[in-house]
Design a protein around this ligand. Structure first.
Ligand code: CAA
Length: 402
C-alpha cells in the first residue's frame, strides 16, 4: 500500500455476516395472534426473524462476524475497531472492548462504540474511510450488530430481528471502493427511540415511515448538491430495511423524486419489463429472513447483493442509510473486479437454515425475561456460535469462546 494520494481507492475490502441461534417463523406468529399470514409475508415483506438465545447478544454476534474477517485477513495493520449498535449492552463500556479480547486482537488498537439508531453503521464506515485516508497502511474493522426488540403484542413485534455484519475497510479494497461524495440529512424527530431504562424501542410506526422517506429525499438532494452521480449513472440501489417492504416504498419514493423508471418488484412479484432492475429484490434476500438488524440491515442488503449478483464488477451501487431520530445518508461505491465469491450465498443460507425454530410460547417467555443488572446469573449453553455471553458477575457481563 502506498502513501496518501487523493486517487487511492478506499472502501470495503471484506465483509462477513452472521445471526442468532433461534428463528421465529412469522406464519407461526400470525397463526398464534389470529393475524392473516399474508400481512407479514406480503404487507411487510418478511418471512422470519432471528431471535437470540439467552447466551447470545450483540457482542457474541459481532465477534462471530468479525472472526470470519480476521481468519481470512489476519490483523496486520488493524489499529481501530468501530462498533455500531442501537442495542448497546452498557452505557459506558464499548461493546468493541470484549470483541478485542475474544478475537485475540493486539492491545494496540483503539476501539469505540457509535450510536445513532440504525444509521450508526454508516457513520462508522465514514469514520473508517477517514482514518484510512489519513494513513492508507492502516485497516479498520467496522462492526454493525443489533437485536431489534419491540414490545410483545405491539405493531412493531413482527419487525424484530437480529444480525451482525463486520467489514474490513482498507485502501485498494477487494469489494467496494467508496466514492467521495455523500448526501446527508439530519432532522430532530421523535419517530423511534429507546429510553435508558427500556430494553424495547418506543416507536410511532407511521411517523417513522414518513420520516424515513423525507430523510432519504433530503440525503438524495444533498448528494446531488455535492456533485454525486445522477440516478442514470447508478446501477444498483440498496436501502436500510426495517422490513423489506420499506425498501420497496423507498425505491418508489426515489423513482418519484428522480422521474426514473425503477423496478419495484420484491421476490415473488412480477418484474416490470419497462422498469430498470436496480437489485431491489436481490438486496432483500437475507433481510426477509433476518428481520430488522438495525445498524446491520443496510450491510446485510449489501451482502445479499454481492453474494447473489455475479455481474457487478465496475458497477456503481448506492447505499441509503436511515437511523430514526433522525439521520440519513446516501453514499455510492464501485464494485471491484474479482469481488464475486460463488459459495458465499450457499454458506450464509446454510447459517439461516441451521437456526432452531422457536415456538411462539417459548419465544414470548424469553422475550418477557428481564434480568436486572444488579443480579448475578449464569446463562445455560444454547448457542453453537463461536462465542457466548456466559452471564453476569459482579454486575459485569461475561463472555467466552465456545
Ligand atoms: N394481506 C396483505 N397485506 C396486508 C394485509 C393482508 N391481510 N393486512 C395488512 N396488509 C398490509 C397493509 O396494507 C400495509 O401495507 P402498505 O403499508 O403497503 O399499505 C402493511 O401490510 C402493514 O400493515 P399496517 O400498516 O396495518 O401495519 P401495522 O400498523 O400493524 O404496522 C408498522 C406496520 C408501522 C411498520 C409496524 O410494524 C411498526 O411500527 N414497525 C416498527 C417501526 C418501523 O419499522 N418503521 C420503519 C421506518 S423507521 C426505520 O426504518 C428505522 C428502524 O429500523 C426502526
Amino acid at each position: 500500500m502506498t502513501g496518501s494520494t487523493a486517487a487511492t481507492p478506499i472502501g470495503i475490502h471484506d465483509l462477513a455476516i452472521t445471526t442468532t441461534h433461534y428463528v421465529v417463523e412469522l406464519d407461526d406468529l400470525a397463526n398464534a395472534y389470529g393475524t392473516d399470514p399474508a400481512k407479514f409475508r406480503l404487507g411487510l415483506g418478511q418471512d422470519q426473524f432471528s431471535f437470540p438465545a439467552p447466551d447470545e447478544d450483540i457482542v457474541t454476534m459481532a465477534a462471530a462476524a468479525a472472526k470470519q474477517i480476521i481468519d481470512r485477513n489476519g490483523s496486520q495493520g488493524l489499529r481501530t475497531v468501530i462498533f455500531a449498535t442501537e442495542s448497546g449492552v452498557d452505557q459506558s463500556k464499548a461493546a468493541a472492548v470484549p470483541v478485542q479480547r475474544l478475537l485475540g486482537l493486539p492491545h494496540e488498537v483503539r476501539v469505540v462504540e457509535m450510536k445513532q439508531a440504525c444509521y450508526a453503521g454508516t457513520a462508522a464506515l465514514q469514520s473508517a474511510l477517514g482514518i484510512v485516508s489519513r494513513n492508507p497502511g492502516e485497516r479498520v474493522l467496522v462492526i454493525t450488530s443489533d437485536v431489534a426488540r419491540y414490545q410483545l403484542d405491539s405493531p412493531g413485534e413482527p419487525t424484530q430481528g437480529a444480525g451482525a455484519v463486520a467489514m474490513l475497510v482498507s485502501a485498494d479494497p477487494a469489494l467496494l471502493a467508496i466514492e467521495p461524495a455523500a448526501g446527508v440529512y439530519t432532522a430532530d424527530i421523535d419517530d423511534f427511540w429507546r429510553p435508558n431504562d427500556s430494553t424495547t424501542a418506543v416507536v410511532d410506526g407511521k411517523l417513522s415511515m414518513s420520516a424515513y422517506l423525507d430523510a432519504m429525499a433530503g440525503a438524495w438532494d444533498d448528494l446531488q448538491a455535492q456533485g454525486g452521480p445522477a440516478i442514470d449513472d447508478i446501477d444498483r440501489v440498496l436501502y436500510h430495511q426495517p422490513f423489506t417492504k420499506m425498501a420497496k416504498k423507498a425505491q418508489a419514493h426515489l423513482a418519484k423524486l428522480t422521474g426514473a423508471a425503477l423496478d419495484l418488484a420484491l421476490p415473488g412479484d412480477t418484474a416490470d419489463e419497462n422498469a430498470r432492475d436496480t437489485g431491489l429484490a436481490t438486496g432483500t434476500l437475507y433481510n426477509r429472513r433476518l428481520g430488522n438488524s438495525y445498524t446491520a440491515s443496510l450491510f446485510a442488503g449489501l451482502a445479499a447483493l454481492l453474494h447473489h449478483d455475479s455481474d457487478l464488477a465496475g458497477k456503481r451501487v448506492a447505499l441509503f442509510s436511515y437511523g430514526s431520530g433522525s439521520v440519513s445518508e446516501v453514499l455510492t461505491g464501485v464494485v471491484q473486479p474479482g469481488y464475486f465469491d460463488a459459495d458465499a450465498s450457499a454458506r450464509f443460507s446454510a447459517v439461516l437454515d441451521a437456526r432452531e425454530t422457536i415456538t411462539i410460547e417459548a419465544y414470548r417467555k424469553l422475550h418477557a425475561t428481564e434480568r436486572a443488572s444488579a443480579e448475578d446469573y449464569v446463562n445455560e449453553v444454547v448457542s453453537k456460535a463461536p462465542f457466548r455471553f456466559t452471564g453476569v458477575s459482579a454486575q459485569a457481563r461475561q463472555y467466552e469462546s465456545a
